[in-house]
Each structure stands twice: as C-alpha cells, then as structure tokens.
Ligand binder design. Structure first.
Ligand code: DON
Length: 559
C-alpha cells in the first residue's frame, strides 16, 4: 500500500528525519488504517460531503476493509471540531447488557473466571457504532445517509484485493479454535481460503450494510438484523436481548477542553479516560522548561513518567461512565492548580513510587483503529473505535457477516481488587446494567489561534493515552512535523505496574542507565501505538498527513 500511495500521490515526500511518508493536500484529507477506507472518505468530500459525511463513509468502509478493528459490532468516540462552530463529541461506547451485574465474570468464590471477560459471548457489549455514526449524521451530516454508506456496501459486495496483512490474519484465524464463524470469515464463495490479492467479497456484510443504509439506526437495532443478533445470543449463551438493542442510544457530550501554551486541545470526556488523563499530563508538562527536558533525554523521560504515573493513578481511582458516576471530579483533575501542586512535589532527580514494584504487562496492541479527517471548510473529525481485541470476540453470525466486540473486558472485573499487575477494582468502573465500560481511547483535535493545528489518535489499550500525549507534545513543544511526531520514540507508564516500557532500540543505553539510577524500572517492548494524524499549516494553507509506518494497509489520502 505504501507503494500504491507513492504512485497515487505525486506530492508525497519522505521526511528527512523518519521513514514515514507524509502526504500533502490543499482541500481535504483522511488518514486511516486502510487506504481504501481513506479514499472512501475523500471521495465523499469530493462529491460535496463534509468531514462528518466523510468520516461516516470511512468508518463503514473500515468495517469492511480492516475488520480486526473497523466495525459495526463495536463502539468508540468521535471528537468534532467544526471550523466556525462549537466543538462537540459523540460517545458511542458499548453498554453492559441489562442482565449484567458486577459479579458477571466471577465464580461462586468471587474469583475471576479464566478469561470469561475477554473470550465468551458474555464479553460482548451492546454495540454502539451504528447509533453513533447515525447520530453524528442526523446532527451534522450534509449528504444522504444512504450515499455515505455506499462505498462500504460496494467494497463488501464487489470485494477488494486481499492484502498481505489480511491474508496473514486469515491464516491465523483459520487455525484458531475461537469459533467456526471466525475460522470461515475469509473463505471465498467456493468455500476456499481467499488468497493474497484475490478479490475478497463479503455478501452477508453487504446485505447488513444495505439494510442499515435503507433504515438508518433502526436497521441495526430493530428489525431483521436485531432479530438475528438476538437469535445468535440465545443460541450461544449470550445475554444481549431485543430490549438492550432497542434501548441503546449514542450520546453527544461536551469535550474535555484544555490548553497547552498557545494551543487548545479537544478530547473525549468519560466514559473515555483519554481526555482527562492526557489533559492532566499536559498540564504538568506545561510547567516544565523545555530547555531542561531536551527531547529523549533522561530528564524528558523522567518527566513523562512522573506525569503518566499521576495521570493514571487518577484514572484508576476516579473515572468511569459519567451516567453512573455523577460526582466524578473531572474539573479538579484537569485543573492547572492541581498540576501546579503536583509539579512542585516531583523530584527532578528521583523516581516516585506507585505503591508497588511488581512487574506486569502493559496492555498494548494495534487492535483498535483511529482515523483523522479534515474537509475543505476546515472542519475536523477525530474518531477512534474498536472491537477491543483483534477481531473482537471472534464471534458473529454468518448471516450478518460482522464481528461482535469483547468490550466487557474493559470493566473492572473483580470489584475491590487493584493489584500490581495493573488490575483495577475501583468502583467507578465496575459492571452494572446499561453502564459504559471505561475506555482509554483518545481521539484529539488541536487548534491554535482558533485555527486547526492537528487531528490525532491511536490504538493500543491503555498505551493510547500516552502515545497520543507524546505525539501531540512532539508537535506542540518540540516542533516536529506530523510524520516525525508519529514516528518519534515513545514510552509507557500506567501507574501500576510501576514499570516504564520503552520502545526497543529507541532510547540510548546511557539514558536507560541514568533512568535506572533515578529509580525507574525500565523494560523494552515493541512499538507503541499506531497513530494516524493530520496537521494543518496556516502559513501555506497545506494539510500534511501521515499514517504510522507500522500500519501495513494504512494511508493518508488527500485532494
Ligand atoms: O477502549 C479501550 O480502551 C480498549 N478497548 C481499546 C483496545 C485497544 O486499543 C486494543 N488494541 N490496541
């Protein structure tokens, strides 16, 4: 895909500092995990659609072309910053079914049933994607709903050449014992494995999308699709009912708005923890003199870690679904006063502690997907949505052709149990009927002097908050362009376990040694995040976009 992009976009150049290609455009752009989906959004803009129309087209197209995370069976968040109007967000996070309770995943002794919260029909939350995109369209779209779904319907019905990355996924899934559905997901009409570059057609998904195109939100939550979802649940020990589907509503919420120097950052409020946690970390970093923290120095990494440790401690203690936690102290958590107090308590030479020194594993992965959209009027949309793990629950109905999420795994599974491996048991995020599970997804839009500066986001579970935080800091504090910001080395610390994960080979051994002497426990990991971003340069009126070089099929498409 990188090569295809090269031929399609003569403006493409390679940034001197990175291997990541940057794409330039004057009018509009979409950057996503699949170039065909980016193109679907751009085609809609070329036909007169706005950023909302384009983002809906891209979201549905990703459900066809990037099924590991693109979805109609999951949920997510949209941050919308129109050029001349008020910024807003749409929360289409999945909900716990009505029959769920805080002990859903526990045995009779109160112990977590092995992996039930990730690998069972019970792990499926009531999907939110169709409701969220429909709400965005009703309020802010400009083209007919049917028209914006057409590219996805065409991709599903007519097929597209199976990429190498999808082909490798198909081999892995065919051998997995997760379900017959996922084992046969990539078979062609003759019942044989679809080969690399063979047209992969998804007639059942095309039919489901067609119904949604005709009937809007009701096409998913009522009628024949809903009936088949419920039928699947009844046959597979699931608990989602007709009533769950009928009751599901996406919600428009006020964004988290914070400033960093001359920049204004718009991000998601709870039930995502992304906006609050990143705002608190940015507030702390704003108090640092940039001359004291040269990029990638030990002082810089130390300050990142201490900001993350505090942000994530608050996340664990306070955050959950706002509809169930009306007293969350969000304003206090993101206040500049709190940052000043905390900053004063940070020792610039020594690591503080997170109440534990045990090692554990960060929850990383590329199993969520982010895309960024800017239209010719300068309206910006930032969407991160997910099935939770790669190909979600790996469950679905062959007649419907889409995959269900396993998002219930994002709730705190064992009430009261917080431990050094990163298991959190605090009350705000325990399971309750119709509650939304806390997320780390962190789609952002940044402006400067009321003009768009950047649209950014990433997958990666809890690492999302930190990778997006560092990427926007790279742009706002270290003056990097969009591709450099995305490719620059990243670290991750999430309070518990009290360990700093750094991308292998991207911190110098001397720096690591210094950090260890300060008291940090350092552990190498593979690449963090898979960022998709757009930057706007008001000086020459040019959009520059970049898809993380770790995205095999991703790409920026502009015009
Ligand atoms: O909402 C969340 O925070 C997670 N369900 C996101 C999962 C994820 O990013 C996994 N892959 N990268």
């Amino acid at each position: 895909m990188k090569m295809i992009r090269y031929f399609l976009f003569p403006f493409l150049i390679f940034s001197s500092a990175t291997i990541c290609a940057q794409t330039y455009a004057r009018q509009g752009m979409v950057v996503s995990d699949n170039t065909l989906a980016s193109k679907a959004g751009v085609d809609i803009m070329k036909a007169g659609g706005n950023a909302i129309d384009a983002s809906i087209a891209t979201a549905f197209a990703l459900a066809v072309t990037h099924p590991a995370a693109g979805n109609i069976g999951g949920g997510g968040f949209m941050v919308y910053v129109p050029k001349n109007d008020t910024a807003t967000t749409i929360d289409f996070r999945e909900k716990a079914p009505l029959a769920a309770s805080s002990t859903l995943f526990l045995d009779k002794d109160g112990k977590l049933l092995a992996n039930k919260n990730h690998e069972s029909t019970l792990a499926i939350g009531v999907p939110g994607t169709v409701a969220g995109l429909y709400l965005a369209h009703q309020k802010y779209g400009s083209m007919p709903w049917r028209r914006v779904l057409q590219p996805a319907i065409d991709l599903a019905r007519e097929g597209f050449p199976l990429t190498w990355a999808l082909f490798k996924d198909s081999e892995r899934l065919r051998q997995s014992a997760a379900s017959d559905f996922i084992a046969s997901y990539f078979l062609n009409s003759s019942g044989k494995p679809t080969q690399f570059e063979e047209l992969w057609k998804q007639p059942a998904l095309a039919q489901t999308l067609e119904i949604i195109a005709q009937q809007g939100k009701d096409g998913f939550y009522k009628g024949v699709v809903a009936e088949k979802i419920v039928e699947f649940m009844q046959e597979n020990q699931g608990i989602i009912t007709k009533e769950d589907l009928i009751k599901y509503e996406a919600v428009e919420r006020l964004p988290i708005v914070t400033t960093f120097k001359d920049y204004t950052i718009y991000s998601m409020p709870p039930p995502s923890s992304g906006g609050v946690t990143m705002a608190a970390m940015l507030n702390l970093f704003e108090l640092v003199d940039v001359n004291d923290v040269p990029f990638n120095s030990a002082a810089y990494v130390h300050m990142l870690i201490e900001s993350m440790r505090r942000g994530f401690a608050d996340r664990a203690e306070f955050l959950g679904d706002p509809d169930f936690n009306p007293d969350m102290p969000v304003a206090r958590l993101i206040s500049k006063e709190r940052a000043a107090q905390r900053f004063a308590a940070i020792d610039i030479k020594k690591a503080s502690v997170s109440d534990s020194s045990a090692y554990g594993h960060p929850y990383d992965g590329k199993n969520t997907t982010h895309f960024s959209v800017v239209d010719p009027s300068g309206n910006a949309v930032s969407i991160t949505y997910t099935l939770e793990q790669s190909y979600g629950s790996k469950l679905g109905s062959k007649e419907l052709g889409f995959i269900f999420n396993n998002e219930m795994g994002d709730f705190n599974p064992v009430p009261g149990m917080t431990n050094s491996t990163g298991m959190i048991g605090s009350d705000p995020n325990t399971i309750a009927p119709e509650k939304r599970m806390l997320s780390s997804m962190n789609p952002v839009v940044i402006t400067k002097d009321d003009t768009l500066h950047m649209v950014m986001g990433s997958p990666g579970g809890r690492t999302i908050i930190n990778t997006v935080f560092q990427t926007v800091l790279n742009s706002m504090l270290y003056d990097m362009d969009v591709a450099e910001s995305i490719e620059a080395p990243k670290i991750h610390h999430q309070w518990l376990p009290d360990v700093t994960y750094y991308e292998k080979n991207k911190l110098s051994p001397d720096t690591i040694e210094k950090l260890k002497r300060m008291g940090h426990k350092m552990r190498p990991v593979g690449q963090l995040g898979r960022l998709m971003g757009i930057q706007y340069n008001p000086q020459n009126n040019i959009l520059s976009g970049a898809a993380d070089s770790s995205s095999p099929d991703g790409g920026a498409v502009g015009f």
